[in-house]
Design a protein around this ligand. Structure first.
Ligand code: IMP
Ligand code: MG
Length: 171
């Protein structure tokens, strides 16, 4: 598969990250926020967003088994869990993209069970037309996009293209 077209330029991404950071900084004013990044797709978004937040920020990471495994088996496995529990913390989950909603629904349940002081989700991309799960919906969304497979800015196809500075479609 090859890159077909850019759908979100690096300039547009940077602009939207600034807007999200302003919103989040306002909503969490005076609090320390723990950004929980879902590896690997969320990492580029997380580090760009973190640097724009006017807040005290802690970072943690988790990794789960791949999208295909997750959807086909219906079981999501942690390949890396958080370094520290989020109990009593203001946790903000950072996701690259919400597609069927299965991953987010599972992760939100798992993380809320740790009894954080608050729990919210920030997803860079959202494919509303693809939702099959009537579950947790992101509190902050970068961009709603149509039902097309996208790569770049953290998102991959077979581990490739994560380092693109823009979001593109493949074909
Ligand atoms: P969900 O559980 O179906 O919502 O899937 C979420 C996960 O699937 C994301 O965190 C991505 O890792 C992956 N994914 C879904 N759509 C895309 C895409 O268009 N490009 C790359 N990865 C995707
Ligand atoms: Mg992901």
């Amino acid at each position: 598969m090859e890159i077909v077209k850019t759908i979100i330029s690096s300039e547009k991404l940077a602009e939207r990250v600034d807007e999200l950071a302003a919103l989040i900084s306002r909503d969490y004013a005076g609090r320390t926020v723990t950004l929980v990044c879902v590896l690997k797709g969320g990492v580029i978004f997380m580090v760009d967003l973190a640097r724009k937040l006017k807040l005290d920020v802690e970072l943690d990471f988790l990794e789960i088994s791949s999208y295909r495994d997750a959807t086909e088996s219906g079981i999501i496995k942690f390949t890396k869990d958080l370094s520290n529990p989020i109990t009593g913390k203001h946790a903000l989950l950072i996701e690259d993209i919400v597609d069927s909603g299965k991953t987010l629904n599972y992760l939100s349940g798992h993380l809320q069970a740790q009894k954080p002081a608050s729990f919210k989700v920030c997803a860079l991309l959202n494919k509303p037309d693809r939702r099959t799960v009537n579950g947790y919906e992101p509190d902050y969304i970068g961009f709603d996009i149509p039902d097309e497979f996208v790569v770049g800015y953290g998102l991959d196809y077979a581990q490739k293209y994560r380092n693109l500075s823009y979001i593109a479609t493949l074909g």
